[in-house]
Design a protein. Structure first.
Length: 247
């Protein structure tokens, strides 16, 4: 019995050591892409008679929300989303996102930001990948999501909060095995916790973008979305926003 326990302990230590090595190697070898140029706030679409007729949108999150993977915001999530909505609405919008953000860091950033509008019709959230890679504890993840929703509802007076599901990280070809499998499993766990919380929040909705994980839909680093991915993601987000809009 002691021998079996010792073997399990030894294998666990070896596995942890291997994952640490793989994680460090991945960080060093992965192409570092910058956040794209372009405006991070503006007003687009139809010129409507009153401010009350304008849809107000806020996009928040990590590097994918910031548009890493393309060279300009027009080719990123925000650009495609606003362009799609502007065909139907007047849109006042703002992007608050930064590479590397976990949910904890996003909350701190929002707490320090002045309220962009008197109210926000729709917030699109893209967060969680860095919580997966940093192995944020499940209880902390749940606590952070509740805090984020409360902040958006009470401080930003948000009508609808759309959480983008964490992508299937087991398909990220930039990650070696078994690290890829472990992070993919972790992403599924955090997504499940997100879904459970969203079910209790009437203002919240979840978006699971239907995007193929082929080379065409991945950026040069094989980790972030490409222009084609951002376009699909934005179109599906815009479709949900239209359904939720009361304008």
């Amino acid at each position: 019995m002691i021998t079996i326990l010792f073997t399990i302990f030894a294998l666990t230590i070896i596995a942890i050591f291997l994952l640490i090595i793989q994680g460090r190697w991945t960080r060093k070898s992965t192409v570092k892409l910058p956040e794209p140029n372009g405006a991070r706030k503006g007003r687009s679409g139809k010129v409507l008679p009153t401010e009350g007729d304008t849809l107000k949108a806020l996009i928040i999150g990590d590097s994918s929300a910031a548009g890493v993977g393309v060279d300009h915001q027009d080719k990123a999530l925000t650009g495609f989303l606003i362009a799609s909505l502007a065909n139907q609405f007047g849109v006042e919008w703002q992007l608050m996102a930064k590479t590397g953000f976990t949910c904890t860091e996003l909350i701190k950033q929002l707490q320090q930001q002045p309220q962009p509008f008197t109210h926000i019709d729709h917030v699109l959230v893209a967060i969680g990948v860095n919580d997966v890679t940093n192995f944020t504890r499940r209880k902390q993840w749940q606590k952070n999501l509740v805090t984020l929703v409360d902040l958006l509802e009470n401080q930003f007076h948000t009508h609808n909060i759309i959480f983008t599901a964490i992508p299937p990280m087991h398909l990220f070809t930039a990650l070696p095995q078994p690290l890829r499998w472990i992070l993919g499993t972790r992403a599924k766990q955090l997504n499940q916790l997100m879904a459970e919380i969203i079910q209790t929040k009437p203002t919240c909705h979840i978006l699971q973008p239907d995007i193929p994980f082929s080379e065409h839909y991945l950026a040069d680093d094989k980790f972030h979305p490409s222009q084609a991915s951002y376009k699909l993601w934005a179109e599906q987000a815009a479709q949900l926003i239209r359904k939720l809009s009361v304008i």
